[in-house]
Unconditional design. Sequence first.
Lengths: 428, 568
Amino acid sequence: MTDDRTAPAAADAPWTCPFCPLLCDDRDAAAPGCAWAEAALAALAVPSTGARAGHARLHGQPVPREQALRVAAEWLHAARQPLVAGWGADVAAARALYPLACRIGAINDVTAGEPLAQALRAQQDRGGYTATLAEVRRHADLIVCVGSWPAERAPRLFERLLAGREAPPAIVVLGNSLGDGTDRPRSVTVEGRTAEVEWLAPGQDLPATAALLHLALTRPQRCADERLRSLAERLRAARYAVLVWEPGQLGAHAALVIERLQSLIGRLNLTGRAAGFPLGGAGGAATAQAVHTWLSGLPLRTQVGPRGLEHDALRLSTERLLADRAVDLLLWVGSFPDQRPPDGDRPRILLGPPALAHALGHESATVFLPVGTPGIDHAGHLVRCDGVVMLPLRALRHSTLPSVAETVNALLAEVQRLDAVAVTEVAA
Amino acid sequence: MTWTLLRGGRLHDPTNGIDGEVRDLAIRAGRLVDRPAEPPAEVIDASGCIVMAGGIDLHSHIGGGKVNLARMLLPEDHRDRMVGSNPCAVSDNPLELISCGHATPGTLATGYRYVQMGYTAAFEPAMLAANARQAHMEMGDTPILDHGAYVLLGNDEHFLQRLAEGAPPEEIRDLIGWTLHASKAMGIKVVNPAGISAFKYQQRKLDVDESHVHWGVTPRQVVQALARGLTDLGVPHPLHIHGSNLGVAGNIASTLATIDALEGLPAHLTHVQFHAYGLEGPKKFSSAALQLVEAVNARPQLSIDVGQILFGQTVTASGDTMRQHANAGLASPRKWIGADIECEAGCGVVPFRYQEKSYVNALQWAIGLEIFLSVRNPWQVVLTTDHPNGAPFTSYPHLIRLLMDRPFREEQLARLHPDVAANSALKDMKRELTLQEIAVMTRAAPAKLLGLSDRGHLGVGAAADIAVYRDDATDRERMFTTPEWVFKDGRVVAHAGRITATPVGGTHFVTPRFDDERDTGFAEALRQRMARNGSLHPQHLEIGHDELCACCRGGRLLPTACFEGAAS
């Protein structure tokens, strides 16, 4: 496996912030201008070299890394149905995890994979039309955020979308269950120009709202909600309308909402121009989805089974598999500071930043292997939320923490050695 | 140093004028060499076999975002074709990592299947600069095959704006050179010139002399500027053109106008089958293959690939949002993905099922074959299906048989929509392509068109990429499906259909000598302008050699020099 460690990172190269779906590369890490980035950097501001960078742990006790790797490999070798979950890292990690998953016959899913799976299912059912960040910035004259205020999880979103624009787009937020009212921003100001934010809270849940908006567009006389009729008219009149949504904020029926929004976009595109701008896939999820799909042909929530690859976006969720005790081992990867392993009582092999050692809970039947964070401890690549642009990451500091890719490759080598020993024993 | 003797094969090596002679080949250190004095370490018996250079696919969508979107869109393409609920069968070969799919297989499967057919290189024709890192990664994860890509230009806002403002040709030339350099591409492809951008401004159609509603430039101007710039830079592969009005009845007029716009400059017209439709007949949809071929026969500076369709389920993946949006109603199954991308490109993924009983599909099939069989000089034609748009690459052996075996072709023709079978010019075409002509269209010509001097032939000094097929005159499909031996850089990578080694393939790219220091700060100004239209830090627009190496899994970097004397 190739490791990204040596590339591309000249020390004077721009820093790409790996912490939210936007992957901003226009600010220095010393002054990211973003509360999220600051918090994540602070969480990772612990020693990253030598012994102080943290020890591997076995059943709650510090052990040499080689011992932890050996035990983890033994567990992987012996597991009957392992789950490889999390995938919270970079391209190199996903490239390393897939061959390991093939070797051990795993089921693969990301952390908090439900939004990713719901968005995928909507796509598999109907497809959709989207635009990338630069495209939205250039063309959108009406932006409608559906179901949430996306800047809560992508703080610099509107700055990125509005920078350099002479006439900012109209911004509307559509949804019911937003904040407590007091925090709702009424405007966003970028480069001294202010764009107003209109809030529109209809009386129904999101799937019904999306359906009514579609109705307001296609058969306005059937839609009693005057405000939705008016919004539909504005969407129709827009030069280029963009709907923004976060799959993770659309509730249990996210796939249904997304499908209806895409249907609306398709309708608008018959006579005008419109596109979606879904916001999600942070923490390596969009990256893992892309890499797993290109290597195997199928997206995550796929099982490497004896009959072949079986993909099931509903059945093969981490939460369901652990709750049902349908797996007998969890290998989990989460190299970003906000990522936590899922609940469950299965034996666990956990790869995370050293600070995670303090948040492991009950550590019986647990191997913990500290790893570096891409974009902090080592170089790498991540896919941005629009699924098109892949950004290079560079290391911010000298670190002796191994990357996820290096750690997984070491595990694979050890598993292969154990497999070979087993074959020899059978032959003897 | 030890060497391998490939003994007694019948060679088809058009580049070196060898047409079916029995000759031995000596392989040492990955290259074909003069026979050394010492005895070989290994002898492979190729008697009864046809020996050709490894196949080179010059236009196959194997890497990048839209192919991956197609994979995500179609989980059904990654199940068993017979029993749709079953997974695809797993190889029992421990060298193959599990990977599946028919029209859009995973990259791992793509590499294995190509090599099992005797191909050793494939080129992604529609890399977006914004997506170049991913494209290189996907190709790097396509085992064994060498690879490269053509980057899209001709629809980005910056280029169109500068063209509209009357930028001097040297600036356009340097923009092209910089784009090739930054994205590590092998050539430039233009897709629906100015049309992808026009679609973002609500335009639904753009003829060759029609103006872009915002920038006011025409596809003719775009094609001219790009073809001129590439010629000035000395890039071996000429402008790769996916023309205006793809799939539209009567689009032969656009295609001929595009050829006219070139004013004698070299160009490669891609998947021309989709651009050779007339308006004759009761359905106002007819073959214009002969008109197209007439234009190609008269212009030795032009080359084409066909984009043959074959019947069955596939998926079309294209940068041409304008045309994909128009065709989305024909999607089967009924779903599609579209995207407007980074003020430089677009993406449309529409699943398609070509049917024998459909008049239009049957005619498309016939048009493709008519083109293959009527171009006089095989060096101007490359065998493609525009994978996966016309059919998956795995159908090449079937296509080769259609071209080499007239009774087989007529048998197939008889099964089609009766109006096509009765009226097509194809039914009177007696030509059967020879093995030598197939060798031209599948290796020698693509290597020449890409400027790969040490690939696509079997001369001394060439890379030892070799396919050894057991001769089978009765069934060329069977013969080309499973070569007996496949060598990649001198190493046996497949034997009798089984992968025997999985080295990482190399990455081809050109190294144009463009002037980015014409006036101080030109390059920086260019980067800043590009960044303003995009969303990346200017320094992130360029992929360096080290990063390319990491993207491509440490495979060899294979830079191709441009013609000397260009770009003064």
